[in-house]
Design a protein around this ligand. Structure first.
Ligand code: ZN
Ligand code: ZN
Length: 852
C-alpha cells in the first residue's frame, strides 16, 4: 500500500524507482497519478517519464496514453511522447505503438514540436533491430514528408536501418545524399560494404576518412577476414593506433576461423603479438582467451596455455565454465591429466560439455574405468557423450563394451556409426566393420575414409582400392584423407599406375597438397620405384616438414642413391630443419647401400655429439650392415659386442647376410647360433643357416636344421609378389596355379627356362636340395612368386614398358640371378622391390651390385 500523505518530490521518485513496477495495480497507479496532479511541484518531466514506464511495465499502456493526452498544454509533451513510443517499441508491441502514434498526432494542434527527431530515430532503431523492413520504409517516407530527411541523426539511423536489413542500394543512396558524413555514418557504410563483399569500395571509403575511431579500424579488419585476405587484415591491425579489446577479438576470431593458427610458425608469430597485448594491459575478453586456449590445445603449446591459465585468474574469469572447459581440454591435450582433473574438480558447476571433455580426457589417457564412472553418473547425455565412450572402449581394444555402448545408445548419429566402424577396424575386426558399414543407412565421406583406412591398416590393400571404386560409383567425393590411405595402399603394392592416377585425380580436383598428402605422394613414388617422381613432388611442395625430408632421404637410400641422400641431408640442414633418428637411418642405410664407408662412419660417430641423437638399435643395425657388406666382418662383430644396447635379431641378421655374401661360414655359424637363441621362431634364420650348410655340402646339418625348425613349430611367412597391369593389381604366391591365365603364364615360364639356359643360366642345384627356403616352395625355384609375376608381366605389359614387381620377402639368390638374365634376354627393364631395397635389373645387371 502506498502512503497517502504528501511526500516530497525526491521521496516519490525514490519509491517509484525502487518499486517493482511489474506488480503495480491500476488502482495504485491511479493513486500515484493523483499525487502528481495534486502536488504541482512533483510534476517534473523525469518523474512523469518514470511513472509512464511503470504504467507500461504493469501492462496498463492505455492508462499512460490517457494520462499524457490529458496533461495540461503547459507541459512539454514531445519528449513524453518520444518516451512512450520508445517504450511501446521496446516491449515489441506494434499495436500500442500505432495507437500511441495516432493519439500523439492528434495532440499536434497544441504543440508545434510534435513529432520529434528522437522519436523517428527510435523507430528506425527498432526496424533495424527486428528487421522490420516495411515499418522502416514507411517512416522513411514520413520523415521526408516532414522535411526531417536532412537531419544527420535521422540519416545515420536510416543508413543503419538499411544496412541491417541488407538493402545495400538504399543504404548507398542515403549515404550519398548525406550533407555531412561523420565517423559513425562512415563506419556503418564500411561494414555494409564489407558484408556485401565490396572490400575495395570499403577500403576507398576507409582511406578517405579524415577521422577514424577504433570501430572504423575493426570493421575494416573484419572485412578483410571475411574474404579470407589474412595478410591485409593483419597489416591493417598492426597500423591501428587505437586498438581495444574488440580489435583483438576481431583478429583472433579471424585467425582461428581461417585455420591460420594451425601452422606452427604462424602461431609463434601470434604468441609474440599476444605478449605485446598483455604488456599493453588490454583486458582480454573471455572469447579471446577461449580461442587462444583452443589453439594452444591443438598445437600442444603448453607454455602459452599455462600463461593463459594465469591470465584467467588475473582477470577474475576463473568461474567461467567455457574457459574452465577450455583449460581442461588444453591440459588433457598436452598430456597433463592431473591438471585437467584439478580444473574439473574445482568447477563449481559442470555442464554436459565439461563432462564430455573430461570423459574424452580420461579416455585419452587410458583411464577407462574413471571415464565409465563419470559416464554412468551423468544424468543428461548427448550424442558426443555416447560417442566418446564408444571411442574410449575401442581405444583399449575392449570392442565388446564398445559394441554394447553403441547398441544401448538411443541417439545414434552418423558419428556413432563411424566411431564403431573405426573401433572394429582398429581392433582388426574388418569383417564386423564391413558388416556395419553396409548396415549404415547414411554414409558420409568419413564413413568411407574410415573403412578404406581400416583395410590399409589391416594390410588388405587390394580391398582398399576396390572400396574406392565403390565410393566413386556412389558419387561420394573423396577427401585428402582418402587420398592418403589410397597412396599408402599403392606404396605397399607397388602399384605405380594407380598411384599416378591418384596423383592426377588430386591435381584435377584441386585437393590441397599439405605436408601429409605430399609426404604420402613422395612415399608412394619412392616405394613404387619411381624415385625421380618422388623428388619432383618433394620440390613442388610449398611447405616441408621433417617427415617429407625423411621420406625423400630414406627413398633415395632404398634406391641406392647414397650420395644424393647425403646431398638432401645437407640442404635439409641448410634450411634449418633439425634431423631426427629416422633421418640418420636413411643416411646410414644410403651409405651402406652405396658402399660409402668413411661417410657412414663419420655420420654415425657425429650423430650424438653434433646432433644430440642417441644411436638406437636401428642405427647400430645400419652400421653393422655397412661394415659387413664391405667385408669388414670382424669390425662389425666388434661393434656388436661393444654396443651399449642388447643386440637384436636385426643386428645379428645384418651380420649374417654379410657372412653369406663373403662366404665366411665359421663366423656365420656363430652368428646363427646367437640368432636362434634370440628368435627361435624366425624362419629366415633357419634359411640362412641351411643355405650356409648347403654351400659347404654339409647335408646332415641341413637336415638337422630342418628338423629343428619343425620342432620349434616355426611358421614360415607366406611369400607373395604383386604386379600391376592396366590399373589392376595381381597377387601371386609360389607355385600359384589358381590364376585363370595360369596355362599361358606357365607357357611363358617354360619358355623363360629354355631361354635362360641359352643365356648361360644354370639353376642353383644346391638351392633345390637344401629344401628350406624363405619362400614356400611347392615345386621348384622356377615357380617362386616373383617369377610368376614377371612371367605375367611379360605376357601382359607391352614391350618397352618397365615391369614392376613387389615382393614381401627378401628375394633369393637364384631368382635374383634369373631376373638379371631375363632383363638381358628379353630386353626388358625390371624393377623389383623386396623386403630390403630396390633392384633395378637392366641389361643383365642389377643396381644393388649383388649386395642386398
Ligand atoms: Zn626365389
Ligand atoms: Zn639386386
Amino acid at each position: 500500500m502506498l502512503p497517502l500523505c504528501k511526500p516530497p518530490h525526491s521521496i516519490l521518485g525514490y519509491i517509484l524507482s525502487t518499486l517493482d513496477s511489474k506488480f503495480l495495480t491500476l488502482k495504485q497507479l491511479q493513486q500515484i497519478h493523483s499525487l502528481i496532479l495534486t502536488n504541482g511541484h512533483l510534476a517534473s518531466t523525469p518523474l512523469i517519464t518514470t511513472f509512464l514506464h511503470s504504467c507500461y511495465h504493469s501492462r496498463n499502456p492505455s492508462y499512460a496514453l490517457q494520462f499524457v493526452y490529458n496533461l495540461p498544454a503547459s507541459f512539454s509533451k514531445p519528449s513524453l511522447w518520444g518516451s512512450m513510443i520508445k517504450t511501446s517499441l521496446e516491449s515489441n508491441n506494434l499495436r500500442d505503438f500505432f495507437t500511441c502514434y495516432d493519439v500523439m498526432m492528434r495532440c499536434r494542434n497544441y504543440d508545434a514540436n510534435i513529432p520529434s527527431v528522437g522519436m523517428f530515430a527510435s523507430i528506425f532503431q527498432y526496424g533495424a533491430k527486428v528487421g522490420d523492413a516495411q515499418l522502416g520504409r514507411l517512416f522513411h517516407c514520413v520523415v521526408v514528408k516532414w522535411g526531417f530527411d536532412s537531419d544527420l541523426v535521422l540519416q545515420t539511423g536510416l543508413l543503419d536501418f538499411y544496412a541491417k536489413i541488407g538493402d545495400l542500394r538504399s543504404a548507398k543512396k542515403v549515404f550519398e545524399e548525406m550533407s555531412q558524413r561523420d565517423v559513425v555514418a562512415c563506419n556503418v557504410m564500411i561494414s555494409v560494404l564489407g558484408k556485401h563483399g565490396l572490400i575495395k569500395d570499403a577500403r576507398v571509403l576507409f582511406d578517405s576518412m579524415l577521422e577514424k575511431d577504433s570501430y572504423s579500424w575493426n570493421s575494416m579488419v573484419s572485412c578483410y577476414f571475411k574474404i579470407g585476405d589474412i595478410d591485409s587484415a593483419r597489416l591493417l591491425f598492426d597500423k591501428n593506433p587505437v586498438k581495444n579489446t574488440i580489435s583483438w577479438n576481431v583478429l583472433i576470431d579471424g585467425y582461428s576461423k581461417s585455420g591460420y593458427l594451425n601452422n606452427a610458425d604462424n602461431f609463434e608469430d601470434f604468441v609474440t603479438l599476444y605478449n605485446k597485448m598483455r604488456s599493453s594491459d588490454v583486458c582480454p575478453s573471455q572469447t579471446i582467451l577461449s580461442l587462444i586456449l583452443h589453439c594452444c590445445a591443438s598445437l600442444c603449446a603448453s607454455q602459452l596455455g599455462k600463461t593463459v591459465h594465469g591470465e584467467i585468474f588475473k582477470w577474475n574469469f576463473n568461474h567461467d565454465i567455457v574457459l574452465q572447459t577450455g583449460l581442461l581440454d588444453f591440459y588433457s591435450k598436452i598430456g597433463d591429466l592431473s591438471s585437467a582433473k584439478k580444473v574439473f574438480d574445482e568447477m563449481s558447476h559442470r555442464d554436459i560439455v565439461a563432462n564430455n571433455a573430461m570423459i574424452s580426457a580420461l579416455s585419452k589417457h587410458g583411464f577407462v574405468k574413471d571415464a565409465q564412472k563419470l559416464f554412468n553418473s551423468m544424468h543428461e547425455k548427448n550424442s558426443v557423450t555416447w560417442n566418446s565412450m564408444i571411442t574410449c572402449y575401442s581405444k583399449i581394444g575392449d570392442i565388446e563394451s564398445a559394441r554394447f555402448t553403441f547398441d544401448s545408445n538411443p541417439i545414434k548419429d552418423i558419428v556413432s556409426w563411424n566411431a564403431m566402424i573405426d573401433g572394429y577396424c582398429k581392433s582388426g575386426h574388418l569383417e564386423h566393420a564391413e558388416e556395419l558399414f553396409h548396415k549404415t543407412e547414411v554414409k558420409n565421406p568419413v564413413t568411407w575414409n574410415t573403412m578404406i583406412a581400416g583395410f590399409v591398416q589391416g594390410k588388405e590393400f587390394l580391398k582398399a582400392l576396390r572400396f574406392f571404386d565403390h565410393m566413386q560409383d556412389k558419387r561420394v567425393r573423396p577427401t585428402e584423407v582418402t587420398m592418403v590411405s589410397l597412396l599408402t595402399a599403392c606404396a605397399h603394392l607397388g602399384a605405380l599406375d594407380m598411384g599416378e592416377w591418384i596423383d592426377g585425380y588430386i591435381k584435377k580436383n584441386k585437393l590441397k597438397i599439405d605436408v601429409i598428402l605430399g609426404n604420402a605422394l613422395i612415399d608412394m613414388y619412392s616405394k613404387c620405384g619411381s624415385i625421380s617422381d618422388a623428388v619432383d613432388v618433394f620440390h613442388k611442395l610449398q611447405s616441408k616438414n621433417i617427415y617429407c625430408w625423411n621420406s625423400i632421404i630414406v627413398g633415395l637410400a632404398m634406391h641406392g642413391y647414397g650420395n644424393e641422400a647425403i646431398d638432401y641431408f645437407l640442404s635439409m640442414k641448410k634450411e634449418g630443419v633439425k634431423p631426427d633418428g629416422v633421418t640418420f637411418i636413411g643416411l646410414l642405410c644410403g651409405c651402406s647401400h652405396s658402399g660409402l664407408i668413411s661417410e657412414g662412419k663419420t655420420y654415425f660417430s657425429t650423430m650424438e655429439t653434433d646432433y644430440g641423437i642417441e644411436p638406437g638399435i636401428e642405427h647400430f643395425g645400419c652400421m653393422v650392415d655397412l661394415l659387413g657388406r664391405s667385408g669388414l666382418l670382424l669390425e662389425a662383430l666388434e661393434l656388436i659386442t661393444k654396443m651399449p644396447l642388447k643386440p637384436n635379431a636385426v643386428v645379428w641378421g645384418s651380420l649374417l647376410r654379410s657372412c653369406h655374401i663373403h662366404k665366411d661360414t665359421e663366423l656365420g655359424e656363430h652368428v646363427t647360433q646367437r640368432l636362434l637363441e634370440l628368435d627361435p621362431y624366425d624362419s629366415g634364420n633357419y634359411v640362412f643357416l641351411s643355405n650356409l650348410y648347403a654351400s659347404l655340402s654339409r647335408w646332415k646339418d641341413v637336415d638337422r636344421c630342418r628338423k629343428l625348425m619343425m620342432e620349434n613349430g616355426v611358421q614360415k611367412v607366406p611369400g607373395w609378389s604383386s604386379i600391376e597391369v592396366e590399373n589392376v593389381v595381381y597377387e601371386f604366391v609360389a607355385g600359384d596355379s589358381l590364376h585363370p591365365e595360369f596355362e599361358e603364364i606357365n607357357g611363358v615360364l617354360v619358355e623363360i627356362g629354355r631361354r635362360l639356359k641359352e643365356g648361360g643360366y644354370e639353376a642353383d642345384t644346391g638351392g633345390v636340395l637344401h629344401d628350406i627356403d624363405e619362400e614356400e616352395k611347392e615345386m621348384s625355384v622356377g615357380y617362386h612368386s616373383e617369377r610368376i609375376a614377371v612371367a605375367f608381366g611379360l605376357l601382359r605389359i607391352p614391350f618397352g614398358k618397365v615391369i614392376r614387381v613387389v615382393k614381401n620377402l627378401r628375394t633369393c639368390d637364384d631368382c635374383h640371378n634369373a631376373m638379371k638374365i631375363i632383363s638381358k634376354v628379353y630386353e626388358r627393364e625390371i624393377v623389383m622391390r623386396d623386403r630390403n631395397r630396390f633392384h633395378h635389373f637392366k641389361n643383365g645387371v642389377c643396381s644393388c651390385k649383388d649386395y642386398w
